[in-house]
Design a protein around this ligand. Sequence first.
Ligand SMILES: [Zn+2]
Length: 323
Amino acid sequence: MPEPRAQTQKSNLAVPGLGELPVVSVRSDRPGPVAVITANLHGDECTGVGVVHRLRHLLPERLLRGCVHLYPSLNPGGLREASRGVPGDERDPNRSFPGAVDGSMAERLAHASWTDILSRTPDLLVDLHTDSVRAIPYAILDRVCRGNGRRELDQRCQDLAAASGLTVLREYPRPRYLRYGLDRSLPGALVNGPGIAAVTLEVGPRRALDPRAVEVALQAALGVLTAAGLVDCPAPAHASVVPGGPWRRESGPRCTQAGVLEVLPEPGQVFPAGEIIARVRSLDGRTLQELAAPEAGFVVAVPDRCWVASASACATLAVRDGG
Ligand SMILES: [Zn+2]
């Protein structure tokens, strides 16, 4: 059998008023699934940019069949300014899908990328994000709330997420998932609209490229592509994987005092219900508040800040998902 061959093609997606987004497509001469990998929708989250750059050079050698479309940045303005959102728009671009052609900047950007992504008829999408400096890497699964074949699509997303080799978290329970507009995130809109499988990977710190985080996220993305049959690069289980579950994302208990936040457990370290997981201290060091875990779980990520306002969640947690 001849060696598979792949061709690389670059195109630019023009977004009126927001410039151009590059797209790199690596296409095998053997037919197969179509995957889309998107990065940097939150402009200060850059691990995915590094992953896409690595994939551009790796995939021509590794692609067995099908096609992978790589979007190194869905928010180049945010990347330039190291801002989460689209410059000039307060709205979260990852709550703006499928977007609107004459909407806010974030909605226009969402509309342009959504239209371009769907025109490529993907079978799956991997959206690359980052959480915080003090966090475990994880894969997050949207709630499939609408459409026929929900159960099958949810199972397909679960299988893809598990293939990342990372801890898998389900999103908030459905009522909060919808209230927070997470069905309007890019993967949320895909699973709840056209019914396309999607997974989000959250790896590494924001704002600067960390080569170790890029390597972890690259292996995770290749693991997902392996499960979809495009490459043969299974992801090893990451050392931080928390056994048990299924787990879901939960906000940690909220501070009732502003102050210096100290989160006690290491991310990924399981704690029982009632354990003190965080302290808020005054600047002169008095303990103002101790925060206990309402249920068993583990810390996923600690906020990238030391001083917290009153009513802030002390951390992102994982707890067991009741279904
Ligand atoms: Zn993000």
